[in-house]
Design a protein around this ligand. Structure first.
Ligand code: ATP
Ligand code: MG
Length: 568
């Protein structure tokens, strides 16, 4: 490719709306252009990178028995009504009507479509396992599209769906995809970490997210300093520092605690540590009021809470709700004597002795409250937000925090969709069984953006070699020197003959512009043809990632570059 023909309009200025490095560099290097909020055009350089990522994905999916197909982007509402997701997917589902007024959506994911097809065409255990995938444009009307390709409303995703006979077979499919994902992100040259993830909303039994480690990542990861435990902070657990309680239960008393509305107010007023208090929070879960109890110094993790309650909608109750149902006001709510409201407690609460909680009466709290004796708990669950510094739930080591970009996620779905969409098969004994499913996604654009977040410097992008748009740029310093132009052209043609992906910067631009663009676009090697070195019959070969410079004879430059690329 000749740079004079390459459509890569570079910008010197950083566009104001680009907050993170990958967005800035993709705009500046002419890789992407915004067409609407969260909707981008992939320009030629970006598309080359994305095609490389997609090829890596294809190879790894095929290696694990995946078969590629292509489903429609437009999906009829009936399928979503059947799975029960039409009403619960919310505003992210991009809905539209056809000319007859029938409801459709633009596919954000394809469980409904693929399961319907498999339900219709697969009948026997002999046809399983089945692993079907596509690489396709997805639509999600995100509340806050941002960070360029990181969170778009239209984006390309690889999604694979596995269909198996039973849980043991699903485990094999899951492990196959876990391996494939590990290979994909390794081959893309990324530093990443698979972490345990939430599978609440999609409804399943296990999930991992593949997190590309980067400061700009929207996700927090908690991982152990000692063992392999790593989880998304959304669902991470931590060991408790709770001591086994030998304290004797004392008599419960009501105390006057004026204006003590927060745990800190209360602990300060009573001169106790917040660990002694039982925090009571009122939530509305699908319109039912629940009281959630947790140790005063802890924070409720609302994702865990939502999963524990198996509800679709979860909100804090309003002051009015609390007064109406519990007859007390916010800040003084407690479990003692409470009737008609479900009480859900974090795992630590049943072991507390002589705790302090609200008295359901303005300006009063109860001291020496003991679970079981003074109130009963309807359900206990791990509801606590784990934090860095706390003990690892598996080995007691220390939890550390890191930020990550979720580039892929794998889920065990179980039979949620095979049940609703009727995907059954006959086993060896002729009995009808539900298929057991998994689903596995990778964002192609997000992976490219994540690669940039991990590999850049002040001058631009430093591509991992496996996904670099081109491998070499040949730059004649002066377009007016016929000798330089000719030498550059000859090296360029030699490299092209060797099938090395090369750009010759034949533009009539100042050398500074060419060098800046070469660094910005991030060609792994730059061969500079300038008068000084040419006087000795040499050219300069520079490695983008290390800044290393080699002086090489003109006649050997192409071979040298080819060899050097193999070592990168
Ligand atoms: P997030 O939590 O970031 O919104 P998600 O968990 O909803 O993502 P999945 O349904 O797991 O996303 O989709 C699989 C993959 O698709 C993600 O791991 C990510 O790489 C990509 N992806 C999801 N949403 C977007 C988006 N809005 N823009 C770009 N890529 C996305
Ligand atoms: Mg996800």
């Amino acid at each position: 490719m000749r740079a004079s023909q390459l459509f890569a309009p570079t910008l010197r200025e950083v566009p104001a709306e680009a907050e993170i490095v990958s967005h800035q560099l993709m705009m500046r290097s002419g890789m992407i252009r915004k067409t609407a909020s969260g909707v981008y055009t992939y320009m030629p350089i970006a598309w080359r990178v994305m095609k490389k990522i997609m090829n890596i994905i294809r190879e790894e999916m095929d290696a694990e028995g995946g078969q590629e197909l292509m489903m429609p982007g437009v999906q009829p509402a009936e399928l979503w009504l059947k799975s029960g997701r039409w009403d619960v997917y919310g505003e992210e589902l991009w809905r539209l009507k056809d000319r007859h007024g029938r409801d459709f959506c633009l596919g954000p994911t394809h469980e409904e479509v693929i399961t319907t097809i498999v339900a219709g065409d697969v009948k026997s255990y002999r046809d399983l396992p089945l692993r079907l995938y596509q690489i396709q444009t997805k639509y999600r009307d995100e509340r806050r599209p941002r960070f360029g390709l990181m969170r778009g409303r239209e984006f390309i995703m690889k999604d694979l769906y596995s269909f198996d006979r039973d849980d043991a077979a699903l485990e094999e499919s899951y492990q196959a995809m876990y391996r494939a994902y590990t290979n994909i992100f390794t081959r893309c040259g990324l530093k990443f970490r698979p972490v345990q993830a939430d599978n609440g909303a999609i409804g399943g039994t296990a999930s991992h997210e593949f997190m590309v480690l980067a400061q700009s990542g929207e996700a927090e990861i908690l991982y152990c300093s000692e063992c392999r435990y790593a989880a998304s902070a959304e669902i991470a657990q931590s060991g408790s520092d709770q001591e086994s309680n030998k304290e004797e239960a004392k008599n419960r008393e009501e105390v006057y605690t004026p204006d003590c509305k927060t745990i800190d107010d209360l602990a300060g007023f009573l001169k106790i540590s917040p660990e002694k208090t039982i925090k009571a929070l009122c939530y509305k879960a699908d319109d039912e009021l629940v009281l959630v109890l947790i140790r005063g110094d802890r924070t409720v993790n609302e994702i865990k809470l939502k999963n524990a309650l198996a509800c679709l909608d979860l909100q804090m109750a309003t002051d009015e709700d609390i007064t109406r149902v519990m007859g007390s006001s916010m800040g003084f709510v407690g479990p003692v004597g409470l009737k008609g409201v479900k009480i859900l407690a974090d795992l630590e609460v049943p072991n507390m002795t002589n705790g302090v909680c609200g008295a359901n009466k303005k300006d009063y709290h109860l001291i020496n409250v003991n679970p079981d004796r003074d109130f009963s708990i309807d359900q206990t669950a791990d509801l606590r937000l784990a934090k860095a510094g706390e003990p690892c739930p598996e080995c007691g080591g220390k939890l550390l925090s890191a930020r990550g970009i979720e580039a892929g996620q794998i889920f065990k779905l179980g039979n949620k969709y095979s049940k609703s969409m009727g995907a059954k098969y006959l086993d060896e004994t002729g009995r009808e069984q539900l298929m057991v499913m998994g689903c596995y996604g990778i964002g192609v654009g997000r992976t490219m953006a994540a690669a940039i977040e991990q590999n850049f410097d002040d001058d631009g992008i430093i591509w991992p070699i496996s996904i670099a748009p081109y491998h070499v740029v040949v730059v004649p310093v002066s377009d007016r020197s016929e000798e330089q132009v000719q030498v550059a052209e000859s090296i360029y043609l030699k490299l092209i003959n060797k099938k090395v992906e090369t750009v010759c910067d034949d533009r009539k631009e100042r050398p500074g512009v060419k060098f800046k663009d070469a660094d910005l676009i991030g060609y792994p090697l730059r061969i500079t043809v300038g008068s000084k070195t040419l006087a000795e019959g040499k050219v300069e070969v520079k490695v983008r990632s290390t800044g290393e410079v080699h002086l090489v004879e003109v006649g050997k430059a192409a071979d040298f570059a080819e060899q050097l690329l193999k070592e990168l």
